[in-house]
Design a protein around this ligand. Structure first.
Ligand SMILES: Nc1ncnc2c1ncn2[C@@H]1O[C@H](COP(=O)(O)OP(=O)(O)O)[C@@H](O)[C@H]1O
Ligand SMILES: O=c1ccn([C@@H]2O[C@H](COP(=O)(O)O)[C@@H](O)[C@H]2O)c(=O)[nH]1
Length: 202
């Protein structure tokens, strides 16, 4: 199994790049999203959950993500949690992810965790300007995650930006390939897809 990590700041285009790679690679591929592994905090009220720092590594159950990658590498399926961003809670249901020739793992902090980092055969960092990422995040959070403009603004200032500068941006140094701009970068995406096709022939 080839394990590909795709990191980058919030709104950088990780999901879009992942989709573009999946379309180009002619092999069975599985996907694990770091976002699915946010810790469940049902003991907190909705207001308290809305104030949690979701951009710090402690907010994510990385031990479970690591265990799931290792299980898939052994050829066994896993039950990936499903996260509800509107209520900041894990759902009761899970998604079964089966092993495949290629495993893509996507998330803002995946290169910031040494034990996770060493599981990747190829590391891609999607590098998009901060202003563009913020504009995308405002639209995405208001349209898809049930947020107000004021809440996106407050969260960005209090936690998203400082954690990006402390953890996400410095993790770029561990990438093998940096894809500027994200989804629209067809040359970068083609190069990654070609490399994967080549690795599949070995
Ligand atoms: N190249 C692009 N141009 C315009 N909008 C984009 C582009 N890439 C992504 N988006 C939009 O920006 C938002 C965030 O993109 P996404 O791929 O989900 O980023 P991430 O997974 O890094 O948070 C989505 O609404 C997506 O449709
Ligand atoms: O309950 C939550 C959990 C996470 N977030 C935010 O999500 C982004 C990461 O997702 P991307 O798809 O990579 O943008 C992270 O910046 C958290 O702030 C949230 O708002 N609420």
């Amino acid at each position: 199994m080839i394990v590909l990590g795709i990191a980058g700041g919030t709104g950088s285009g990780k999901t879009t790049v992942t989709g573009a790679i999946l379309e180009k690679v002619n092999a069975h591929t599985s996907l694990l999203e770091q976002d699915a592994y946010y810790r469940d905090m049902p003991e907190l009220s909705l207001d308290e959950r809305a104030k949690v720092n979701y951009d710090h590594p402690d907010a994510i159950e990385f031990s479970l993500l690591i265990q799931h990658i290792k299980t898939l590498k052994k050829g066994l399926p896993i039950a990936q949690p499903i996260y509800d961003f509107t209520n900041h809670l894990r759902k009761k249901e899970t998604t079964t992810v089966k092993p495949a020739r290629i495993l893509i793992v996507e998330g803002i902090l995946i290169f910031a965790i040494p034990e996770l980092r060493e599981l990747f055969d190829m590391k891609i960092f999607v590098d998009t300007d901060d202003d563009e990422r913020l504009l995308r995040r405002i639209s995405r959070d208001m349209e898809e995650r049930g947020r107000s403009f004021e809440s996106v603004q407050e969260q960005y200032r209090k936690t998203v930006k400082p954690m990006h500068l402390e953890f996400v941006e410095p993790s770029k140094r561990y990438a093998d390939v940096i894809i500027p701009r994200g989804g629209g970068n067809n040359v970068g995406i083609d190069m990654v897809a070609s490399r994967l096709q080549y690795l599949l022939t070995l």
